[in-house]
Design a protein. Structure first.
Length: 379
């Protein structure tokens, strides 16, 4: 076993049983979008296959897809060419890995505001860097003042926006203050916008880090086709940022990943074209599922506390009991519903669990019924 493997195993909080569903159980554990990949995207892939688009693609991604991503992010034409600021990656996970490996040296400090996506800490360990956790507020949401106070001497700040696991959408002024502080200190601000199009509370303003990509040398955006377009199994993502940063990301990515298949990239171009058609019904589905989740959690009264999700498709309730998060997961599994342990998302996630409401309505409602019945039995 290598030192790298040992480092990752020592810090990883990700469950080894992820994706396994016992017979008869309902899962609220996975962020798998409902409905499957829209038919026009599948048809575009089929057409590309028939047209012989099965050869090696360019290592940074096809020009057509990189142009479409740049247009989606509204990168404009100022400064470096938009194509110089985008690299297509083998899923967002590989994009994140390439960013971390391209910019971190052993011993560098990486600030992770809690709670946050559990892959980040594993990638920090893989690079030989050190995670600096920033505790959340009592309701599980990001504490801006603590984050701002943690950035001195850091090499990187990683934000999940909207948040996995809480569904929090950072206020525009909060995001701006964090990015400006990173610019002042020379800290690279990596913003994972996997859920950028899944905005559930229409009263909440979302500000994308893409606004800074044309002017800042310290902001990198990581995106994916998995969530917006229900393309989880297609393994396609992207990194956008300053040309100087993206070139290093491309070098690292092509070293440990072959480029995604050309017909998959062709389908992704089509995905952007049909976005105005496929997104509204998905948002309507997630918003109704969110309403079901919020109502069920409120009905539990003082047994739980939570911040209502504003984006993505997760809720992150604190369960008031004497059980640890891992023990709570076991109780819920025994009750026939799968959820994720809060400790997976950082130390201050202890006592919380994560619910996904991305699935089909009937499964979400049944899962919530089993969830609430289990919580009531804990009291």
């Amino acid at each position: 076993m290598s030192l790298l493997t040992d480092r990752v195993r020592q810090v990883s909080r990700r469950p080894a049983t992820l994706g396994q569903v016992p017979q008869g159980a309902v899962t609220l554990a996975m962020g798998e979008p409902a409905g499957g990949t829209p038919q026009p995207i599948i048809e575009a892939a089929e057409a590309a296959l028939r047209a012989g688009r099965t050869t090696y693609p360019p290592m940074l991604g096809t020009p057509e897809l990189r142009t479409a991503i740049a247009a989606h992010l509204d990168l404009g034409t100022e400064g470096a060419r938009p194509l110089d600021r985008v690299v297509v990656t083998h899923g967002a996970a590989a994009g994140l890995a390439a960013v971390f490996l391209a910019h971190l040296d052993p011993g560098d400090r990486v600030v992770l505001p809690e709670p946050t996506y559990s892959l980040y800490a594993d990638l920090v360990a893989m690079a030989g860097a050190v995670t600096s956790w920033v505790p959340a507020r009592d309701n599980g949401t990001l504490d801006p003042e603590r984050v701002l106070g943690s950035l001195d001497g850091a090499r990187m700040l990683v934000l999940c926006h909207p948040s996995n696991p809480t569904g929090e959408v950072l206020g525009p002024e909060v995001l701006q203050s964090l990015i400006e502080r990173c610019e002042q200190l020379g800290v690279l601000c990596v913003v994972d916008e996997a859920y950028r199009d899944i905005l559930l509370d229409e009263a909440v303003a979302f500000r994308s880090s893409a606004e800074w990509l044309g002017s800042s040398e310290h902001v990198v955006l990581v995106g994916t086709f998995s969530k917006t377009f229900s393309m989880t199994g297609w393994r396609l993502g992207y990194v956008a940022g300053p040309a100087s940063v993206v070139s290093h990301v491309g070098t690292v990515h092509q070293t440990f990943n072959g480029q995604s298949a050309m017909f998959v990239q062709d389908a992704a171009v089509r995905a952007f074209e049909v976005l105005p058609t496929v997104l509204p019904p998905l948002l309507e589905h997630y918003r109704e599922n969110r309403r079901q989740v919020v109502q069920a959690l409120h009905d539990l009264g003082e047994a739980v506390t939570f911040a209502e999700p504003e984006g993505a498709f997760y809720a992150f309730p604190r369960i008031h009991s004497d059980l640890s998060s891992d023990e709570l997961v076991e109780r819920f599994t025994a009750g026939g519903v799968l959820v994720r342990s809060g400790r997976e998302f950082g130390p201050s996630g202890e006592g919380f669990v994560r619910l996904s409401f991305s699935g089909e309505r009937t499964a979400v409602i049944e899962g919530l019924h089993r969830f609430t019945e289990t919580v009531r039995r804990l009291r």
